[in-house]
Design a protein around this ligand. Structure first.
Ligand code: ADP
Ligand code: F6P
Length: 497
């Protein structure tokens, strides 16, 4: 087990993200509230790491009962059942949420980075709000750093905060600042779809960091290319993966994110999970029948319509698979205030109903839809019960669902069908890779997975599980903190003549 605290020693970790790890929401009864963990890779990955490092997590207080629980600074100890670290909530009003979160972050940067530019929309007011909110978060972090008696390190997360590093650098010139970019970083031809002046501002903002971490090398290379093309005063060294900018050196690197593997194995091995596996297989996969699963936020990047189309085509072309192969869709609504997400959710539900009406019988439903945010221990049982998991993202920085499925496959029976456009596909060796845009290839891959021998399945799954065990979320954290402390050390070394 990696001891992450060895890197931090007396240095306090101040983590910053848009999404908070615990949301307090009003309960059904007056005066009561409940705690929810929002779905998404960022929270899944970072909550276990913060439990180990005991720092402060600064994030948007998005729950409708969040203010009732926090103190006057917005602080609350979390997790609620075993306080390990501090959550400092930053408050956003409706105009902030619309301009910064729904606007610039999710209608401009998200579609550009994920290279689905038909969803790209830029408005000046989005950009202005994004700046204001980035500045507010930078102030909250600077305040947390000032309250520290010893050293501090700021660790910014994701595309919601491209400008915060530069703001924070101006407030705290000697603070070590680094950022993990969870999603792809686009090539220059895509980034320049942002207006002139804006794409340069995004890059200059990011260059306020000491270290910028990407999921894979290609995203890091895209970032360096963009800096080289658009920031004339910066000097890029592609070999060393560094940028010299304003008398400082900014380092860049690839650090593929992962999951708390042991935790998922533990959940999947529990007696509750085993009971769930028995129930699910009894209901959907008795005898030699097979069961598929997918788990996602309903997001246009996840290739959900493409997946439904592939399944529909499979049952159309191979009638012998009807009643022999069922599929569980675990899909939680996401970013529902944006029209594209709302329309997608409606479309997904209608397409599933259409497929079920076409092929379903009185005692067989082809696609079972669970349209909610399901607890992770329940998910672990579903992953374990499945013979196949499909991840069909059109683009995805990493995709943690793929790793969760592998971790939970205790019986090594399942096949992972994985889009080649995910970061995971570049890391996991043993999945069946698909191009979700190629429907015939997609259908053929599902058919091959269904026909795969138990020995071949076991061989592939065993290989993936071995790899995953060697690259957990704690290995990821260790390598990032190791690199960060190495750079910090170089910065504080006295200059010799
Ligand atoms: P993203 O960060 O884009 O949402 P990832 O696949 O990296 O994509 O991470 C998604 C995370 O959210 C995983 O931990 C997954 O288990 C969780 N998740 C996705 N959909 C659901 C759902 N319907 N119910 C519960 N958790 C979900
Ligand atoms: O992994 C990318 C990401 O945007 C995370 O930053 C985020 O927590 C997750 O997807 C879910 O999105 P949101 O926070 O907008 O619900």
């Amino acid at each position: 087990m990696v001891d992450v605290t060895q890197y931090l020693q007396d240095c306090k970790l101040i983590l910053v993200s848009n999404r908070e790890p615990y949301e307090h929401v009003r309960g059904a009864r007056e005066g009561e509230s409940e705690v929810k963990q929002p779905a998404g890779g960022l929270v899944t990955a970072l909550d276990p790491t913060m439990r180990r490092t005991h720092g402060t997590w600064v994030a948007w207080g998005s729950g409708n009962a969040d203010r009732d629980i926090a103190d006057e600074l917005g602080r609350v100890a979390v997790p609620p059942d075993e306080a390990c670290y501090t959550l400092r909530r930053v408050w956003l009003d409706e105009a902030d949420i619309n301009g910064y979160y729904h606007g610039f972050a999710n209608s401009a940067l998200w579609p550009l980075c994920l290279m689905l530019i038909q969803h790209f929309e830029f408005r000046t007011e989005y950009w202005e709000r994004y700046r204001t909110v980035n500045l507010r978060f930078a102030h909250a972090v600077a305040d947390e750093a000032e309250r520290c008696t010893g050293r501090a390190m700021a660790w910014i997360q994701d595309y919601h905060f491209a400008l915060a590093p530069e703001f924070l650098r101006a407030m705290q010139p000697s603070l070590f600042i680094h950022q993990f970019w969870h999603i792809p970083f686009p090539p220059a031809d895509i980034l320049r779809l942002l207006p002139i002046g804006i794409h340069e501002a995004v890059l200059r903002g990011l260059l306020g960091n000491d270290l910028i971490e990407f999921q894979i090398d290609r995203y890091a290379a895209n970032f360096l290319d963009c800096v080289e093309k658009f920031i004339p005063e910066a000097h890029v060294d592609h070999g060393r993966q560094t940028v010299s900018f304003r008398n400082r050196t900014v380092s860049v690197g690839a650090f593929p994110i992962s999951i708390d593997v042991e935790h998922f194995i533990k959940m999947a091995s529990s007696s509750d999970s085993l009971a769930r596996v028995t129930t699910l297989r009894d209901r959907y996969a008795r005898g030699d029948r097979q069961l598929g699963v997918c788990v996602d936020r309903i997001d246009y990047t996840k290739g959900i319509p493409e997946r439904i189309r592939a399944l529909d085509t499979l049952w159309e072309e191979s009638p012998e698979l009807r009643e022999r192969f069922s599929f569980i869709f675990v899909c939680t609504p996401s970013r529902t205030d944006l029209p594209a997400y709302n329309a997608l959710e409606r479309d997904v539900i209608q397409s599933i109903i259409a497929t079920n009406t076409k092929y379903g019988t009185s005692d067989w439903t082809p696609i079972v839809l669970i349209n909610e945010n399901v607890d992770s221990d329940l998910l672990a049982g579903v992953y374990r019960a499945a013979d196949i998991c499909i991840v069909s993202s059109l683009q995805d920085g990493m995709n943690l669902v793929a790793k969760e499925f592998v971790a939970c496959q205790i019986d090594e029976r399942g096949v992972l069908i994985l889009s080649r456009f995910t970061g995971s596909a570049e890391e996991i060796d043993g999945a069946m890779l698909i191009n979700p845009f190629n429907v015939d290839g997609f259908v053929a891959a599902i058919r091959t997975a269904l026909e795969m021998s138990p020995e071949e399945r076991k061989r592939r799954m065993h290989r993936m599980r071995r790899q995953l065990n060697n690259s957990t979320i704690f290995d990821w954290l260790g390598s990032i903190l190791g690199r960060a402390t190495e750079i910090m050390g170089m910065q504080t070394q006295p200059v010799t003549a």
